[in-house]
Design a protein around this ligand. Sequence first.
Ligand code: PNS
Length: 163
Amino acid sequence: MKTAIYPGSFDPITLGHLNIIRRTAQIFERVVVCIMINGEKDTAMFSPEQRVRMAQRVTERLPNVEVDYFNGLLAEYSKRYDKPVVVKGLRAVTDFENEFTMALINKKINPELETMFLTASEKYTFLSSSAVKDVARHGGPLEEFIPIEILDDVRKIAGKGKY
Ligand code: PNS
């Protein structure tokens, strides 16, 4: 089965991420959305469990999409699958340099690993999890940025004022 791994922090998952997931699910037989956890240095607003639950909730109607998490290197994680392809979304040229470097490093660690890029839908080129967190922290409107299923969670957690 041809598997795509869509890795990210997903802190939180946005409509832009969901757009990439849906399109990847039309191309590959199986899509694994992998929430990468940065160990002790993880400065995420949402805990790994919260990020996994939110990603599961927004993808539950997509039959060939599953959600996983991993604390470590993506290139190591990818060895669990048979010749998987890493899929990343590119919003602008500014994303490219970083993504290109990561793809090369991943390939050095796991030479079988290919990375493919999907261009973000123009509707979402402005969107990032960081922007969502900023808006959420200040109690701004989130409807156009994140899936409806997680609106309450994001508002509640961001509203606690810890960040
Ligand atoms: O959503 P993000 O924060 O842009 O995702 C970046 C992510 C998590 C995909 C990237 O940092 C990653 O793959 N982290 C796992 C650690 C790793 O494999 N690092 C080596 C690549 S330089």
